[in-house]
Design a protein around this ligand. Sequence first.
Ligand code: BGC
Length: 673
Amino acid sequence: MKYDLKLLTVDEKIQLLMGKNTWQTKDIDGKMPSVFLSDGPSGLRRVAIRLDEDGKPIGNYTMPATAMPAASSLSYTWSPELARLDGEVIADECIEKNADVLLAPGVNIKRTPLCGRNFEYFSEDPLVAGKLAKAFIEGVQSRNVGTSLKHFFVNNAENDRSYKSTEVDERTLREIYLPAFERALEAKPWTVMCSYNPINGVWASENNKILRKLLREELGFEGLIVSDWGAVHDMPRAVKAGVDLTMPYRELYLNELREAYARGEVTEAEIDECCERVLRLIELCESKDKEVKMSRNERHGAAKRIADEAIVLLKNDNNTLPLKGGKIYVEGGFAKKPPIGGGGSSLVTCDYSFVPLGELVANNLGDCCELVSANGRYTTTVDSKGARALPNIIAAALRADTVVLAVGNDSLCESESFDRTTMRLDKRQEDAIIALSRAAKKLVVVLYTGTAIDMSAWIDKVSAVVLAGYAGEAVNEAVADVLTGKVCPSGKITETYPLSENDVPVLAVDTTRPYEVYSDGVLVGYRHYDYYDKEVLFPFGHGLSYTSFEYSNLKIDKQGESDYMVSFDVTNTGEVDGKEVCQIYVSDLLSMVIRPVRELRAFEKVMLRSGETKRISISLSYRDFAYYSTAHDSWHVENGEFEILIGASSRDIRLSKRIDIQLPREKQHTLPQ
Ligand code: BGC
């Protein structure tokens, strides 16, 4: 190592284990550089010091940056390739603005649709979250910028996040909450961030079982563990549990560590272990091979490429979309300035000048389209707080052939540190949708949100719904291209949209108790709706296209005891070129333990020209058929029949075949007759 631990005094080593301010590590009187850690997952949020004319600091500001899609929108692409590109763009900004470690990605599972931070997370499904997070990390780190995989662990709600203990059983933890981290760890993130919450009664930052035993010993994580900002309550305990770097600076805690060392409660060897990891991180960050590769324009282009595939066409009655022309009325504040993300530490200060959605649509359609306006001007009368001038809006809608209404949430209602209180849109927005649906010949709702919405009040009244999500600064360009058919939609949702919030298994966390019992177990998201055979509005994996795809010729080749090669053809049977997300689910037909009806085990996104056929081949192995057995303390496959299902969504299964797995006697336990 370049920086020799032996040259530091014990007190210097202690100091290295805590930041010197909110964002940087200590430099120990210039003996080493400080590492700058910075948010965030949907674009760089680099905080800098504002100076007055005389160069005196007068406060902080956030540097403007390219707003990339939030993780929720990124996941709708189902594209590791785009997740990697996303990472590369943000890494470029880090290099440009001197940030060494990006505090992203967040891979916590969307357990409840009300979690305020769902937009920062990928999915209710661990495979989707893990695959995209892994690619994102590879993208960032390919440019020699570090990442921080967060928030470890089982931090799935924001209300009371700092003290509510997650009470979760081992099997649920292994099958639902851990796999996304496991897969993302394959990309070797430079750091992992421990979460705020206690886990089974012990703070994540002091949880030896979670940090040392699970993350380090079992999963083999060799990088640095950093605390979430303020997640440490007792620094000596955090050091003992394996937190290498406590953030941000707090003198009191440092003194407590000094005292604990003096009393012999924390040994020098324990301090050295953490210190070595801090030094290793400093060395990694010193890499000279850091080069900005994309211009601001190119970054915007990348944001647009990702947004194109992140937009989800949820509903399209009678081929309302793509728009063919005629009189089009585009309404809603978000049509003018879309929300680019939820609130909190991930919110990017975006310097992009948005072109109104109506203009973008009109440009795409050319002479065959006439834009209708309310009051003779482009209005911003419907925003996240509802409609303020309904009569004007209705009058305009009556003059149009198609109305496009941009509604949704924003950084005020979806945010860090608190959960939403309802899955419904603001009442005034719902009223605007309903009023416009009566006036309009066809109403297209464009929805800006980072998580599932209860549409029960209005879904039957509208012709089409386009999920814009929080797809970054290029969102409205992508929406315009999807609305007009310039882009064939290929996004699919990665969480279930229930018929109404009354159907949701875990709507809100229980704020009356200091713990949250994960009694839903492994039945999270679609696993719940499928198990209880509940109808849903839009199932996990759903997304429409302007073309159609046919699946055929499913073949399953046995390649080992529990290894199979699954292959099938997908054909674009429609008129336009398009991309399809093919999903592979596995179902254990008879089990001694409760198992979800089907679980996503693989997916592949494929580009097909009109008329083109491609063959997809995907391998499945032991873990894809297994459940986590707490009796064996390991993954276990029960002999018997399994079904392999190929679907366009979790509820649109196109092909299926059964296989019979028969492992040798020694790999089974006795089953009842
Ligand atoms: C968040 C982290 C974030 C950190 C630094 C915390 O409140 O939970 O995700 O990286 O602040 O801003």
